[in-house]
Design a protein around this ligand. Structure first.
Ligand SMILES: [Fe+2]
Length: 399
């Protein structure tokens, strides 16, 4: 049985249908059509975390929906896939605190947060749906109603007011012009819990493997190896090693220390005894670390202030030419006197947070080089300059 914290509710595994997420082909990320959900109470009787895994080729990091108690019921912030298992856990909360009355899509660009919203809206036909302005889709920019957002009860954050303004303080980061569409996310301070709910702008990368992996540690064990012919083995040390590597993949896409072995070597290590199964991709393992991933992970964590940092992908691909906007947003957050906790939509939560810490983070970001080109940042920088050269992203994202 998986170890859990005292405040975790781990529903007993039910039928496969309980975990089914039939819309996975629209964004084919691991674990595809089978999503388990870890439910944790973050702030007693006020806030809950519903976490699922998402990723590619076992590079999977937690994605979180936050459930907040509001007057008259519950608000879902950044929905995840509404599997039967998840809906049962939500029904248990509804019994205690009232119905789901509000569903919020707080981002214009985060596809992984956008995709589950229409299904969640159908699961709660009485709930009002609020979306960040400037929604867009790729490769075809379709109207929201075509994407399944219920037009009769969908409202736009800011343009048509805000939900629960007496209990929630709403703040916008952006808009920024990304070329293909806009980046904008709305965070809100949930006053009853003093927690700030945010989407992608800040993260607190768990120093240890997130509890969600207790349900299935396969992605950790897969990446803890150094060669394809090593069978998947399990130990706390290997889980940690695998987690550090997953966090580095998710942060930099391709950290500097990561090499892809030549095809001959790759195939030579595949299909060996102990690896002839789908779980280990038949020994196909196209990764080779040229230095200790633990050391690279320590360098990544050293960028955080009090455990909180700007995700490198966001810094290098969304804000490389808009540092001022992000710093101004951090200073705006620091003016929220009640702020005690941060609850992002990925990685760890809740994270203790204070005005002083956010000001310190803003100063640290100003002191160091913003959106570097070198080292672990090189691959992200290459993507950015490729997009710039082709005119996909504008030189001036603030218009
Ligand atoms: Fe996200």
């Amino acid at each position: 049985m998986a170890a859990t914290s005292p405040r975790t509710t781990l529903p007993a595994p039910g039928a496969a249908g309980d975990l089914a997420w039939p819309w996975w082909p629209l964004l084919p990320l691991y674990p595809y059509g089978r999503r388990r959900t870890l439910v944790r109470e973050l702030i007693p009787e006020q806030l809950w975390s519903f976490e699922q895994l998402q990723g590619v080729f076992y590079v999977a990091v937690p994605i979180r929906m936050t459930v907040a108690r509001v007057r008259g019921g519950l608000m879902l912030y950044a929905p995840v896939a509404p599997t039967a298992e998840l809906r049962r856990a939500l029904a248990a909360l509804e019994q205690r605190f009232g119905p789901v009355i509000t569903i919020v899509l707080p981002t214009a660009s985060g596809l992984e947060h956008k995709l589950p919203v229409p299904a969640m809206a159908r699961a709660f036909p009485q709930a009002a749906v609020w979306v960040s302005p400037g929604q867009w889709s790729f490769p075809l920019n379709l109207p929201s109603s075509w994407l399944g957002f219920p037009s009769g009860r969908t409202r736009v954050l800011g343009e048509q007011g805000f939900p629960h303004p007496d209990e929630l303080h709403w703040l916008s980061l952006g808009p920024l012009n990304l070329g293909l569409g806009r980046f904008q996310e709305f965070s809100c301070l949930h006053r009853p819990s003093s927690a700030l709910l945010i989407t992608d702008a800040l993260v607190a990368i768990n120093p240890q493997p997130p509890e969600l992996f207790n349900l299935d540690p396969t992605p950790l064990l897969f990446h803890a190896r150094d060669r394809g012919d090593q069978p998947l083995q399990d130990s706390p040390e290997l889980r940690l090693k695998g987690w550090q590597r997953l966090a580095l993949f998710a942060s930099y896409l391709r950290p500097e220390a990561l090499n892809v072995p030549p095809l001959g070597q790759l195939l030579g290590q595949a299909f060996r005894p102990g690896c002839r199964n789908a779980r280990s991709y038949f020994g196909l393992y196209p990764f080779q670390w040229s230095r200790s991933s633990a050391a690279v992970f320590a360098e990544l964590q050293a960028q955080a202030v009090g455990g909180v940092q700007v995700a490198p992908v966001l810094e290098r691909l969304v804000f490389p030419r808009a540092q001022g906007l992000l710093l101004e947003w951090l200073r705006q957050l620091a003016r929220l006197p009640e702020l005690r906790w941060l609850v992002p939509a990925h990685y760890d939560a809740p994270v203790p947070c204070s005005a002083a810490q956010l000001l310190q983070l803003a100063e640290a970001l100003e002191r160091r080089r913003w959106a570097p080109d070198q080292g672990d940042w090189g691959y992200l920088a290459g993507i950015d300059s490729w997009l710039l050269r082709r005119g996909v992203v504008p030189e001036q994202p603030l218009g």
